[in-house]
Design a protein around this ligand. Sequence first.
Ligand SMILES: Nc1nc2c(ncn2[C@@H]2O[C@H](COP(=O)(O)OP(=O)(O)OP(=O)(O)O)[C@@H](O)[C@H]2O)c(=O)[nH]1
Ligand SMILES: [Mg+2]
Ligand SMILES: [Zn+2]
Length: 355
Amino acid sequence: MKLEDLGYNSNLEKFRKDNNLDSFDIGRVIAEHKERYIVKTVNGEYEAEITGNLRFSAKGREDFPAVGDWVALTIYDSDFAIIHNVLPRFSTIKRQAVGQFGDVQIIAANIDYALLVQAVDSDFSINRLERYLTICNSAKVSPIIVLSKIDLISETQIAEILENIKVRIKNIPVFAISNESQDGYDTIKTVIKKGKTYCLIGSSGVGKSTLTNNLAGKSLMRTEAISLSTNKGRHITSHRELFVLENGGILVDNPGMREVGIADSAGGLEITFDIILSLSENCKFIDCTHTNEIGCAVLSAIDKGELDKASYENYLKMKKEKAYFESTVLERRKRDKEFGKFLKNYKKDIKKNKY
Ligand SMILES: Nc1nc2c(ncn2[C@@H]2O[C@H](COP(=O)(O)OP(=O)(O)OP(=O)(O)O)[C@@H](O)[C@H]2O)c(=O)[nH]1
Ligand SMILES: [Mg+2]
Ligand SMILES: [Zn+2]
């Protein structure tokens, strides 16, 4: 195996050269559990931890390695290694961490495509699709929509769902598949390319691991039927993991997500709702909030049926979340800064009292 088979490229090699990391091994994080990592290199898989230096210089969760990361490491024996550096990420899929406002959770790093999986029988929601799209657009990851479990509904119902998506979501590929009958597999297999990394995201029980296993041709991940009435919210997959498929594609399977909070700082909303953005150029007021203003081009487009109202409402909701997220991040930074100042003065005082 070569590093390229894990998705390594010339940009990463350049960074390694420029930063004199030649004395280290290079590997990719394929799994993570409580700050312990499994890293795959050309020589095999190693259990790894980060250096104290990396831990202490970390300003937040984002500075720790995540699944998909490229790392410089020293291998100590046949299965243990220490991670010294995390190489720069070309993309990072993240969300607002559940219950911790202003903090982000990294879903995966260095992802080329996100497979947004929704089951057509119970899980389907265009609002949530738009939410995932926003996260992808913010992360610089290309989204692909995968509708699973089409064996459970009729062809007319499938066609209806595809029509409904088209009204609100343009220019994003949509694949309808069944992991049972493997309908649609021929086409979805054609999007999985050698050396590219695909991240499966979606709710619990939609068939992400079943798809992973089927594409791999072997049972890599445990899958299970969940009884929604007795096991509400139980997840089958409990950790993320990266696999290299036979055809050279690289897959990251994830635990199901219940909440997909917006931690957007890179214009993900603007890209996802570019129609609203371009309409707003014609609003009468430059600071139009598109909620009640006279001469608002967005509201008038809704009236004329040119813009989907539900999509617009979803946009407003996420915009609010984004504003809240940004304010909590600012708040956190301010607190950190104040604490830094306090610490500096405190240390000064101690010194003064000493002498
Ligand atoms: N009928 C039908 N059942 C499916 C399909 N895909 C998956 N299943 C079943 O749905 C259940 C859950 O599948 P998993 O692949 O474990 O779901 P998951 O998305 O990995 O779930 P988490 O790991 O909890 O996120 C299993 O019983 C699968 O057999 C499908 O296309 N059709
Ligand atoms: Mg799973
Ligand atoms: Zn407006």
